[in-house]
Unconditional design. Sequence first.
Length: 615
Amino acid sequence: MTETHAASLALRADAALALRATGLLAAFNRAAILTAADVHVARRLGAISGETDDAVLLAAALVVRSTRHGSVVLDLATAQETTSPDVDVDELATDVPAEEVVLDWPSADWVQRCAASSLIGGPLRMSGSRLWLARYWDQEEQVAAELIERSAPQPDDLDAAMLDAGLVRLFDAGDDDQRQAAQTCALSRVSVLAGGPGTGKTTTVSRLLALLREQHPDWRIALAAPTGKAAARLEEAVRSSTATLEPEDQERLGEQSATTLHRLLGWRPEARSRFRHDRTNRLPFEVVVVDEASMVSLTMMARLLEALRPATRLVLVGDPDQLASVEAGAVLGDLVDRTSGSPELPAVPTRVAIATLATNRRFPATSGIALLAAAVQEGRGEDALDVLRADDTAEVELVEVADDAKPSPAQLDGVRADVVASGAALLDAAERGDAAAALEALDGHRLLCAHRRGPRGVQHWSALAARWINDEHPVVPRADGRYAGEPLLVTANDYEIGLYNGDTGVVVDDGRGGLEAAFGRGGVRIIVPLVRLGAVRSLHAMTVHRSQGSQFARITVLLPAAGSPLGTRQTLYTAVTRATTHVRVIGSAEAFVEAVGRPAARATGLRERLAGALG
């Protein structure tokens, strides 16, 4: 990052400025590196500890900022090169007057000044040139210690001959990778089942559970995921996979249900990060399976591990190439990805068993979506661009729009047709009171954005999609603004009625002259009176992050402009792998190739702690 920033990256509303800040904190706040909250936390820590060194307070604020961006640790030695403005150009007004802000980064003795501070050992921890907030230092230590302790002994509670026979019975001859993965997880106290969409993770899980229940019919099993949407898909997928088993295995497994991690641990409304189940009140399960584990934050992993009984088997299922948790940490990536980051980082010990599924069973290897996903996953930007431009299967396409231009009406013909077709099917089913068909139509096409605001953001494209649908199929909302066919997105957990942040549904005719909301959960519909709905908004577009754990027939991805920090390989890979039949990308070729070549980096110390190199 250069030391001079234009104010088009920096000037924000006064509410974003810490008006009482001075010195380095004020300068970095005005340059959009720090938010007002970052500054206030640093100043408060300084006041409590008696620290007045401007450079040390800046380091504290940068650690808070780094954690807010998902990293657990900040390296002062590279902070100047790795820290970018907090405001994205795509979300700023274009008529902000230019003004330059010059940043004066601390001198070469910055690390020494921080190491001598009274903040170290109190609210901050330090190792070499790296800084942690004490809370996350402690959580990393706890997670590493729990994983090492739990995975050290190999379970001796399975009969080897019976296990071998079960593996032969449950897996076909061509499913060698799934058979090996199930065996690895069955023989390990802590295991990771990694793989991309369509590689058969859920099939492997259902057969793994059948293997375990065959030898221990009384074992209690918990299925969980970070979000309600992901839990619903897990439950539906496990039940669908179980239905393909022999009757005796179906009877052993029974009707498995899934829940969110918050509900599994026992959500307490008075505590944000503590739960009813903890070290003193363990979860009553012998097997716990967590799907979409890439979305599990460091804090949540710490709370889960401390709540497990010592002998409980933990199976983490997920795709380490997808977006990580919105909160700090990247636990699944730390466990699975042994090649990214610094080459000096030690490999994760084999005590945590890693099983990876690589064969895609959803798409042929030569399909456009499969080729595109593989190229993005492997960071081959030019190859991925070639697939978008040359695909002759009509599965993928690129609508090239320059970063500084708006797409023309002709360029939007395809996406408009998809939006209107999906909207028309949704309206028709909802007006007929057919909740099942309405929910199916809801997932026919989805607009996915990296941004929330701006010309490439959710707000803009949601309004545009709603206008397109209304132009073709006008509706007359009721006095409360609701209408049959309105798509809904839940934006906050409602534990009483079982709806969670990220759940999607639709308003349908209730058959009695009124309206009600229908949501899908594990193949079962949840019907909710409109007066009982909590925090919801109309759904025509959503962020890529919210789409994790979902699947749509067709998707349209709005690329961030080149240079956007939200344009990353993980963002693209997550978006592309949401589709089953068609992927459309709108944006510039430059932005696309740049995003494929930019892996989202989260700084943590967990991998080193697991290897005994930090602690």
